[in-house]
Design a protein around this ligand. Structure first.
Ligand code: CP
Length: 308
């Protein structure tokens, strides 16, 4: 039963609970007209202490398409956070007005602090370089739509694997499904944090390898998950400039890959996927952004305990 739960970490939900969300998102995709009023009278609060396009708009679009309403801020300086109000006081106040809250924050753990002080469900919309569980839900729903399964896949994750919270969450989530293998493609300085390797991959005997060249592995992967080098997480601009264009996926590299490959990206992209790749039918990143709205519609319904 997901009603009333928080979503802070991709492991917060069991595989059975995830299946419930997948099944509901399938029904929403097939018959959105059946869900037009299910959240009538409910209010979603979006508390964004960091910039966002997809996550905030897809949550807001999701709630509006379910017949609910939205309040919130996209700029913390327009809230009392600018006067020094704590996360716990903010969420206690928001819970007086809204039925469910979504929070993005640059500090790792901030949404968990909110959840611990909240009477309404809190959803982590990305905390620092840590986790992004609703992007993961989006990614799982996209992979399921493209591949018809979440098992037995060879997944290449490429780019900034150190700071990329979507990558950390996706590795955790896909590690729970049988037979998945990971190829971690990054410069040495941006490798997956060692806690993910030891606590998630090695602890569960999951096959993985680390490589620096994308060309080396294009031929063998089922999914290529590209990521942007996260400028906002670097302490030193020189390092960012040196590493920012480490990978550029272009037509030449796509020609090396299987026809069944799918290319994903949580977006926004900077230079890491050439625009020429967008017209390749294997480019799934804008479809992925659309599945993000359906994923969030299903999640909101489940946490509020509403259905057709
Ligand atoms: N994928 C993602 O989190 O995008 P935004 O930063 O635009 O929300």
């Amino acid at each position: 039963m997901l009603k009333g739960k928080h979503l802070i970490d991709p492991m917060d939900f069991s595989l059975i609970e995830l299946e419930e969300i997948f099944e509901l998102s399938d029904r929403i995709v097939s018959n959105p007209e059946n869900f037009l009023d299910v959240c009538k009278g409910k209010l979603l609060a979006t508390l964004f202490y960091e910039p966002s396009t997809r996550t905030r708009f897809s949550f807001e679009a999701a709630m509006l398409r379910l017949g609910g309403q939205i309040i919130g801020f996209s700029e913390p300086n327009s809230s009392s956070a600018s006067k020094g109000e704590s996360i716990s006081d903010t969420i206690r106040t928001v819970a007086c007005y809204a039925d469910i809250a979504v929070m993005r924050h640059p500090k790792e753990g901030a949404p968990r602090v909110a959840a611990m002080n909240s009477d309404i469900p809190v959803i982590n919309a990305g905390d620092g370089g840590h986790q992004h569980p609703t992007q993961t839900l989006t990614d799982l729903i996209t992979i399921r739509a493209a591949k018809g399964k979440l098992t037995g896949l060879k997944i290449g994750l490429c780019g900034d694997l150190m700071f990329g919270r979507t990558v950390h969450s996706l590795i955790k989530a896909l590690s729970r499904y049988e037979g998945n293998e990971f190829i971690l493609i990054s410069p040495k300085e941006l490798q997956v944090p060692s806690y993910i390797k030891s606590e998630v991959l090695e602890k569960n005997n999951i096959k993985y390898k680390e490589v620096e060249r994308l060309e080396e592995v294009m031929e063998e992967i089922d999914i290529l998950y590209m990521t942007r080098v996260q400028k906002e997480r670097f302490f030193n601009e020189e390092d960012y400039i040196r590493l920012k264009d480490s990978y550029i996926l272009d037509k030449t590299k796509m020609d090396m890959a299987s026809q069944d490959l799918i290319v994903m990206h949580p977006l926004p992209r900077v230079n890491e996927i050439a625009v020429e790749v967008d017209k390749d039918p294997r480019a799934w990143y804008f479809k992925q952004a659309k599945y993000g709205m359906f994923a969030r519609m299903a999640l909101i319904c489940k946490l509020l305990g509403v259905d057709e």
